[in-house]
Design a protein around this ligand. Structure first.
Ligand code: FAD
Length: 331
């Protein structure tokens, strides 16, 4: 009988599993090495405004996820967002309608994960460094050698390469944990609004196919509930990010803003401030095999969930955590 459950990782997957298990009457504790819950849905708040550094928005395709999101929409935590997405075809900017409804946290992505974490016991700034099975219960240890004993089951809800490090190579091999690519994310604040490219009234996000550096840019101020001021998040291509993973973030931000200048058809305003953030594990590298959407060892009372079990998207992280919690409730 599972009663005391530890969840390592307070991103979308871990929080989803933790909430469902707590609602089913389990006693759940969540551990995260970050200062705030959210993981790759985190937001940088500084003197220049709010900048989403990871996920910029999310699409909703699954009807169960839609119902879950609706409850947060009613509370004003997320807002449906008809963002204008652009791409560049033979040098011409074009916009397209989204296939699926899109949502954004209001005012930032981390608003959603913080609301999800509110009813939970979350231990922030606690990096779990080892797990051991002692007298048929799990014992967790953290970076300060603190001991967290007494768990019937442990859910590891962290990126696959970090799970491999935590669990050891033997366990990881058995579960065939995938590799993940990195991503440099640069935030930049301009002193006046951008001029729009010819043929485009406005844009909120743009993908770049031809840039050797950038794959995507998004305007932060155009999402619901945000203050004025031209603020971009630029995301680098994964091959470029992998190559320059250990470079100085100041140089990375310079290079990424220069790359945007080279891609943008209009003259850019002056930069007021900029900075770069490194996601060491951003997206699963390989296409993911079909499966239940989580990993579970009933004998060991150990399980894993995360976007990497399904697809590198917020919705997939939710599905992974949700499906795992359902499976654990039936044990
Ligand atoms: P994570 O969010 O990575 O959560 C894992 C958590 O585990 C983290 O909070 C971390 O601090 C914690 N952790 C790790 N190791 C330990 C440890 N040892 N002890 C304690 N805590 C630990 N998705 C979309 O749908 N739309 C987008 O536009 C989009 N854009 C993206 C842009 C970028 C740059 C990136 C990086 C991702 C983007 N994604 C997007 C993907 C989306 O962010 C992820 O799919 C989703 O947030 C993953 O959630 P998760 O819970 O699986 O993992």
């Amino acid at each position: 009988f599972l009663h005391n459950i530890a969840v390592i990782g307070a991103g979308m997957a871990g929080l989803t599993a933790a909430r469902a298990l707590q609602q089913a009457g389990k006693s759940v504790q969540v551990f995260d090495k970050g200062r705030r819950p959210g993981g790759r849905m985190s937001t940088r708040a500084n003197a220049y405004g709010l900048f989403d550094l990871g996920a910029q928005y999310f699409s909703v395709r699954d009807s169960e996820f839609a119902r879950f999101i609706e409850t947060f929409e009613q509370r004003g935590v997320v807002t449906r967002w008809p963002g204008v997405m652009a791409h560049i075809d033979s040098g011409r900017w074009q916009t397209r309608q989204p296939e699926h409804p899109r949502y954004s946290g209001t005012p930032s992505m981390v608003t959603l994960t913080e609301a999800m974490a509110a009813p939970l016991e979350v231990h922030s700034q606690v990096r779990i460094t080892s797990l051991s099975h002692e007298s048929s219960q799990w014992v967790l240890r953290d970076q300060e050698e603190r001991v967290w004993p007494g768990f019937d089951h442990v859910i590891v809800a962290i990126p696959a390469p970090q799970a491999r490090e935590l669990l050891g190579s033997e366990t990881a091999l058995r579960w065939a944990l995938p590799e993940m690519s990195s991503c440099w994310s640069t935030w930049v604040r301009f002193n006046t609004p951008l001029s729009m490219p010819a043929g485009v009234d406005t844009w909120d996000g743009v993908s770049f196919d031809d840039s050797p550096v950038l794959r995507w840019a998004a305007r932060n101020q155009t999402r619901p509930g945000r203050s004025e001021g031209e603020r971009l998040t630029l995301l680098a291509r994964d091959d470029w990010s992998d190559r320059y993973l250990e470079r100085d973030p100041v140089e990375i931000a310079d290079d990424m803003v220069s790359a945007f200048r080279a891609c943008y058809p209009e003259a850019l305003p002056a930069v007021e401030a900029q900075g770069a953030h490194r996601w060491r594990y951003a997206q699963p590298r390989a296409p993911i095999e079909k499966g239940p959407g989580y990993r579970l060892d009933e004998e060991m009372n150990l399980s894993l969930c995360g976007d990497w079990c399904i697809d590198g998207r917020v919705e997939a992280a939710w599905q992974s955590g949700h499906r795992l919690a359902q499976a654990l409730c039936h044990l």
